[in-house]
Design a protein around this ligand. Structure first.
Ligand code: NAD
Length: 503
């Protein structure tokens, strides 16, 4: 079985204490590889490599277009090894190969290229018109890198979520230390091998593997790290925010969601049913953007229920590497148990179990962490299944009387990652989108990300934005430079303010 190291200073290395941990294929429970277990000493070495590289100034002082050139090359390497990357992510996370090869890896390439193109924004200083400012003064803005960025990502979409951090961070001139989730490090180790081929200056990119409670914690507490960019649960995000405040590290947090979908009474039911299943069950519902609470007008309620059950019944559970599989396994048995506890709570609180809710009995699935896609009807706003992020294949349908009531319930949450509207009238849905408290609102769609636009959460779904120019600038700090072109003290405004008209 293969053993993978950490990557510091352009070298693959074992953990300082020689420890490793296994990574497990959730389809069959078998170990896929062993990975170096990075602890505090390893994190120190990774950060030291990044700090030294940054302080040298070779990378941060390079023309941004020259930095970008490395990433145009990386886009090609990603394309060349797209199937290997997709298979690594599928085997480590249980995500369908249809999704990794059809969406995740192609998007990785698109984002790599787009962030590289954004280097242009750093080339020339930004100047803003100042009509009422005398011509002999000039102000301009330069955007400079922050230094060392600690990038912490979850297991559910390792490649995609890491690329929103490490690509813009490095292109903006920072040096990075990436910590993947210990539940699914393999696709990022593969990406690191491609990055190694670029020949970046040593220490610009570093990777350290290990669990959040030790490896992640050491990264957050390391005083040489200038910013933590983390994607994960809101609970861990709050812990990181508290620890980052010790030395006022910059932070970007992309956190959990309990995302509502509003079905309007003019919705096309066939399309809406498919859209709800896509929004709620993609990657077995283990997506921060999953639409897991669906507000349905009472007039459409029974028709939509019927359609959803009929369609959800056709979903095929199986090996995620098989192109015909619709639902793969959950990431591990612990997550499956957590989801099953939520299902039991839904039943106990009086929701109607319309479909699923059990571990499938099929012999071919028995070693994997499978769970049937689950639909609850007659849920209410107060139930735990309508309020907490389940992060599994569970959708709750909540009937409503009026649109106003539906909007109130949709916004009645501590989260605000995304929301969606299903309607036959785009203009009506567009008006409603403004009333929803969420960083992204989908109209008749779900799970789409446009590289030009920012993504992030309202309320406890996060801080800051990723993607788009906003996401790119999160890895820079602005410096305003003010120039007084006059070479004598006469007529300088500060001189008059301080000394009046005295000679
Ligand atoms: P998690 O919070 O348990 O872990 C996320 C990352 O943080 C992992 O790398 C983990 O090792 C690390 N970590 C854990 N404890 C840490 C600590 N004390 N200090 C530093 N790092 C620590 O989340 P998860 O279970 O891996 O992922 C699922 C969660 O991620 C869900 O809540 C989901 O909504 C959220 N998520 C959010 C987005 C988004 O863009 N908003 C995207 C994907 C997933």
């Amino acid at each position: 079985m293969k053993t993978y190291g950490n990557y510091f200073n352009g070298e693959w290395v074992d953990a300082v204490n020689g420890g490793t941990f296994p990574t497990i294929n959730p389809f069959n429970g078998e170990s896929l590889a062993h990975v170096a277990l990075g602890l505090e000493e390893d994190v120190d070495l990774a950060v030291k490599a990044a700090r030294t590289a940054f302080d040298k100034g070779e990378w941060s002082g390079m023309d941004p277009r020259d930095r970008a050139a490395y990433f145009f090359k990386l886009e090609q390497l990603i394309a060349d090894e797209s199937m290997e990357l997709a298979e690594a992510e599928t085997m480590d996370t249980g995500m369908l190969i249809r999704l990794t090869s059809g969406m995740v890896v192609p998007m990785l390439g698109v984002f790599c290229k787009r962030f590289a193109e954004m280097a242009e924004y750093l080339v020339n200083p930004e100047s803003r018109a100042q009509a009422d400012f005398p011509a002999l003064y000039w102000d301009y803005i330069v955007r400079e890198p922050l230094g060392v960025i600690g990038c912490i990502v979850p297991w559910n979409f390792p490649l995609f979520l890491a690329c929103w951090k490490i690509f813009p961070a490095m292109i903006a001139g920072n040096c990075v230390v990436l910590k993947p989730s210990s539940h699914a490090p393999l696709s990022l180790i593969h990406l690191a091998r491609l990055i190694d081929k670029l020949g970046l200056p040593k220490g610009v990119f570093n990777l350290v593997n290990g669990p959040g409670s030790k490896t992640g914690d050491a990264l957050v507490l390391n005083p040489s790290v200038n910013k933590i960019s983390m994607t994960g649960s809101s609970a861990i995000g709050k812990d990181i925010m508290a620890k980052a405040s010790i030395d006022l590290k910059r932070i970007t947090l992309e956190l959990g969601g309990k995302n509502p979908a509003l079905v309007l009474d003019d919705a096309n039911l066939e399309m809406t049913a498919d859209g709800i299943l896509y929004g709620g069950l993609l990657h077995q519902g283990q997506v921060c953007m999953s639409g897991s609470r669906i507000y349905v007008p009472k007039t459409l309620y029974s028709d939509l229920n019927e359609l959803l059950i009929e369609r959800a019944k056709t979903l095929v559970l199986g090996d995620p590497l098989d192109i015909d599989t619709d639902q793969g396994p959950l990431i591990n048995d612990r997550r499956r148990q957590t989801v099953m506890n939520y299902i039991q709570q839904g039943i106990d609180e009086g929701a109607t179990l319309l479909l699923g809710g059990k571990i499938p009995e099929d012999e071919t699935l028995k070693n994997g962490f499978f769970l049937q896609p689950t639909l609850f009807g007659d849920a209410t706003q107060q139930m735990v299944i309508s309020r907490e992020e389940i992060f599994g294949p569970v959708i709750a349908l909540i009937p409503y009387e009026s649109e106003k009531e539906a909007v109130q319930m949709a916004n009645d949450t501590c989260y605000g990652l995304n929301a969606g509207i299903w309607s036959g009238d785009v203009e009506r849905a567009n008006q409603l989108a403004r009333q929803l408290q969420a960083g992204t609102v989908f109209i008749n769609d779900w799970h789409t990300l446009n590289p030009e636009y920012p993504f992030g959460g309202y309320k406890q779904s996060g801080l800051g934005r990723e993607g788009g120019l906003e996401g790119f600038y999160e890895f820079t700090q602005s410096k305003t430079v003010h120039i007084n072109f006059k070479q004598t003290r006469d007529d300088s405004h500060w001189f008059k303010i301080l000394l009046g008209n005295a000679d």
